[in-house]
Design a protein. Sequence first.
Length: 444
Amino acid sequence: MRIITTSLLLLFSAFIFAQTDARIYDIIDAVSSERIKNDIKRLADFGTRHTLSDTVSKTRGIGAARRWIKSEFDKISKDCKNCLEVFYQKDLVKKGTNQRIVKDVEVVNVVAIQRGTKFPNRYIIMSGDIDSRVSDPTDYTSDSPGANDNASGMAGAIEAARVLSKYQFDNSIIYVGLSGEEQGLFGGQGLARYAKEKGWDIIGVLNNDMIGNITGVDGVIDNRTFRIFSEPVPPNETERQRRARRFFGGEVDGISRQLARYVHKTTKTYMPEMNPMMVYRLDRFGRGGHHRPFNDAGYPGIRIMEAHENYTQQHQDIRTENGIDYGDTFEHVNFEYAKKLTSVNVINMASLAWAPPSPEKVAIGGIVEPSAKLKWDKVKGATGYKVYWRDTTSPTWDHSRYVGDVSEFTLEGIVIDNFYFGVAAVGENGHESVVVFPNEIWRN
Ligand SMILES: [Zn+2]
């Protein structure tokens, strides 16, 4: 009796406070560390995957690696009645474009699209990288297993396709292996340009770069924490938007930051054992990753990665020096951890792919009034809306109220000056869009 009461209570509270979707737990359970391990091994065994490496050999170099990745996506597609559109997207990068491009090279990405049923042109993207490097970024012949950087992210994207291809989604999902990362983020630039040409509506890019290391160079071991890097505001905002921010706020509320908060919240909801750590910057100090070219093009994008890096195992010639084994080799990768971070990706992609679009226009009002008020355009597929607010110093949307299927709401007694506000669309099974920070002023 007590058990029944407790579970009823739990059910009741889950319904009232945070509706969860049981399929998300199935998705977490379906991710396999064994398959991720096998794929990382396979990728590391191509010897080198340097962007400028051999493309003819069947066993060594980036050509063999990308053909294998494509064949994996093709295999996954076969198993889901051809639910994936798999293709190469490529661009020629000319010798001398920068110092790391020492010969003309075709930068080739491997793309797999799982088409959404309701919104086929809206995309959530998970990326890993195909290419690897050693100490000298122009050395394209030496052994460069790149097991963690970034076979781990690539294997995660392939595994995500295996797991999510068993489901149907409203929005499209793209699993992609990008090339040319280490030579200057060329693969991401190429795909972002391609997306612009095709008019893709990108919900967000989850760039996975190094998701398999749990032992930091300082000896800290941690298999629960991971980092979510996001830039504060888009780099291509207009001068008018920049000026408006001075008076209305939004310094830490750009589209990529909202995506970061979404990933943080979904993880806290469905994987409470994990410790997501938002980092309020584009990327690590002075370093780069493949979400950046998407940000440059005005798309939301974040970097998901391990919390503790080991620099003796990144971008290193394989060698032993003073008793330290240098090199990004297979043995150093923690596959259980890579599985956890892959799960973080799949639950967020599933939630977003089942969610309605975010309201485009959100207006806020309440200047010299006792209550803040919000108004938005309704979106297709939403069953209701949720208003969020938080203290101006808080990183997360700590307060929310489900307001039903309306297009405006007044938060009685909540003063506009003292909080930040946002609105999300809610769909069937409770899946929510990314929160939208107000982009207009509602004047009486
Ligand atoms: Zn790297």
